[in-house]
Design a protein around this ligand. Structure first.
Ligand code: FES
Ligand SMILES: [Fe+2]
Length: 424
């Protein structure tokens, strides 16, 4: 069933919001998502700190496409489509490195790290009309906001800043945590989940599941880390436009940016106060309070999650099949962070969000059993995402943030163009 009129049903009178489960299992819908979402809007590639020096590069898959995320001689960033313009081979097969040029393994064409074709063995065989310039690698349109680099495969998209809109305030709360800038910490978590990509996005901004799905972590905080967990986890969810959504809340755990935890000992209190003082010298008290004391899970539509919680994590995902995604996650921290503070940060990163932490295995299990549950389709046809509808303000355990995502998803997926394709 690919009837676009039935993918998302919103009834504001009955406060019902339903999402058809075929959106999680259909090959045809995934194909359309690639055309109408991932090929149209800005999608996350990486952070500038991953390629700090001229000629640094990393390769990765973005929206199903291999790209080389690279910095040229002059420091300019490029996102090159990683395919030889001769006959298609990956031009770079390494995960990362530093190189002025890339040499194709097949017939040895070579390219500069800005994509220019510079070497063609026995080029004379092509004759005098050989147009080298037309065979440069494609340098996709990219943009950076405070170090977060996005790519846009469509030529007619709005600017990155306009696209991010109200989400910029939340990116600022991350990027501004250190005057010298933030960096991706070396070491990458790569894993797969046997579930649709949208389930991980939803899960990341879902406050409803935390006390139920992650009760062992809350018990661990109280029993092992001597943290007072009686205040619970509470806050609000916001829809930021363009499909971007966030939840912001208070929680009992320590935050390496500057919220003390008993497990760090009394001596850490002074260090935390210093960080707060430094931030207050640059920003107003409210911003510093939010930055240091509040937690945020931010979903930048469609493929970037920033979990600024008991540690700071960037996550991106690539839909491989309707029921399978590749996930990549990194820890982030201030540049030049003192070793003891970095240790706390990474400890917190591993204990909750890490692959063997308290959260990740629980979340992955939940997503995978949802995906298995979808095999009852079409006898059970819809997800119910109505929680909190009709309210004027939304708590983190409401589902307005998911609805914010789905409304944008539906808008992009149900343009006339898609209806034509579905019916043809
Ligand atoms: S495919 Fe790259 S040189 Fe032929
Ligand atoms: Fe979770």
């Amino acid at each position: 069933m690919t009837d676009a009129n039935k993918w998302v049903i919103e009834d504001k009178v009955k406060n019902k919001f339903l999402v058809n489960r075929n959106t999680f299992i259909s090959d045809e819908i995934l194909k359309l998502e690639k055309q109408l979402i991932f090929d149209k809007v800005w999608v996350y590639v990486g952070h500038e700190s991953e390629i700090p020096n001229p000629h640094d590069y990393v390769t990765r898959k973005v929206a199903g496409r291999s790209v080389i995320f690279t910095r040229d001689q002059k420091g300019k960033i490029h996102v090159l489509l990683n395919t030889c313009t001769h006959r298609g081979a990956l031009v770079c097969r390494e995960e990362k490195g530093n190189s002025k040029t890339f040499l194709c393994c097949y017939h040895a064409w070579s390219f500069k790290n800005d994509g220019e074709l510079i070497g063609v063995p026995h080029a004379d065989a092509y004759g005098e009309n050989f147009d080298r310039k037309s065979l440069n690698m494609i340098d996709a349109r990219s943009g950076s906001y405070k170090g977060f680099v996005f790519v846009n495969f469509a030529n007619n998209a709005e600017s990155l800043e306009d696209y991010l809109g109200a989400a910029k305030e939340y990116l600022d709360l991350v990027a501004d945590q250190c005057a010298e800038g933030m960096e991706v910490i070396s070491g990458t978590h790569k894993f797969c989940i046997r579930a649709n990509w949208k389930l991980l996005g939803e899960n990341s901004i879902d406050g409803y599941h935390i006390p139920h799905n992650h009760s062992t972590y809350i018990d661990f905080l109280g029993e092992d880390e001597q943290i007072d967990v009686s205040g619970g986890i509470a806050g609000q969810a916001f829809v930021l436009g363009n499909g971007h959504v966030v939840k912001e809340y208070k929680a009992p755990w320590g935050r390496p940016v500057a919220k003390w935890s008993p497990v760090w000992g009394e001596e850490a209190k002074g260090e935390i106060e210093e960080i707060i003082k430094e931030l207050e010298s640059r920003y107003d008290a409210e911003k510093v309070h939010r930055m240091t004391q509040n937690n945020r899970n931010l979903w930048i539509f469609p493929n970037l999650i920033i979990n600024d919680i008991m540690s700071l994590t960037i996550r991106t995902f690539d839909p491989v099949a309707p029921d399978f995604m590749d996930v990549t996650a990194w820890a982030m921290g201030p540049k030049n962070e003192p070793a003891n503070l970095r240790e706390r940060r990474l400890d917190n990163f591993l204990s909750f969000i890490g692959p063997g932490g308290f959260a990740n295995p629980d979340d992955i299990e939940s997503l995978e059993v949802c995906q298995i549950g979808f095999n009852t389709y079409p006898y059970v046809e819809y997800q119910d995402i109505s929680r909190g509808m009709g309210k004027s303000q939304f708590n983190i355990d409401d589902e307005e943030q998911m609805r914010g995502f789905w409304r944008k998803w539906n808008e992009l997926m149900t343009v006339e163009e898609s209806k034509v394709k579905i019916n043809s």
